[in-house]
Design a protein around this ligand. Sequence first.
Ligand SMILES: O=P(O)(O)OC[C@H]1O[C@H](O[C@H]2O[C@H](CO)[C@@H](O)[C@H](O)[C@H]2O)[C@H](O)[C@@H](O)[C@@H]1O
Length: 252
Amino acid sequence: MSEHVSDLVSALAATPRPLLVGLDFDGTLAPLQDDPSASRIIPAGVEVLARVAELPDVSLALVSGRALHDLHAIAEVPEGTFLIGSHGAERARVTRFGLDRDVVQLADEEADRLASLGARAAQIARGKDGVWVETKPTAVVVHTRLAQDEDARAAEEAALALGAELGSGVLHGKDVVEISVLHASKGEALAALRDELGAAAVVYAGDDTTDEHAFAVLGDGDVAVKVGTGDTAAAYRADSPEALVEALATLA
Ligand SMILES: O=P(O)(O)OC[C@H]1O[C@H](O[C@H]2O[C@H](CO)[C@@H](O)[C@H](O)[C@H]2O)[C@H](O)[C@@H](O)[C@@H]1O
């Protein structure tokens, strides 16, 4: 067990109940992939999450930038798991009958703006090898993972400028710029869920800059875990999805 993980394991062992365990998906439970549809939770993670969800007074939530339907389709999580998608703009709970979800209804102006964003983002991608656009219910995402540096930089700069012009929120994650027509924040969504559940403590793990919003709402007695390298406000670190799952296994 690495030094990072043993510190984390001690912190997890001390968490009071009721406990909310919130986990980002891409880069945290699922190793990053060039093709987002190929992403899956590491096999050990599926089993450990199932055990965590069965613990008394422990609630499990995935807190992701992915669209809710996309997250639900690929995340193999147990019944009762809360799913927060689109960085907090969408929310649901997994039940035995499918998703119990709040449907996002865009106002006409927001729907029009989303359509304009899609068209303008497609223009940004045009002629740049490896740059492509993902459309979600409340946002468009310019992906640059597969592009050469020069094209990736140009696309990201153009997307950030487009976001400043037409977006309500812009997030710059790992090889993505996301432009949303709704205000959404993982931090606000996590804090709202915590309040609803009356959780005495929250464990939250994430790998990307967008997860820093969730770390920012945590306080004393909570456990913030940065997965991988990079600057962070989190007090704990796991080197990889495997290391995180190893630590969560001790909680279970
Ligand atoms: O909050 P997350 O669960 O980490 O979701 C954030 C974004 O994840 C996906 O993009 C990221 O993962 C892809 C697959 O590994 C990778 O190709 C991409 O470069 C990453 O940024 C997803 O496609 C986005 O819609 C999510 O917002």
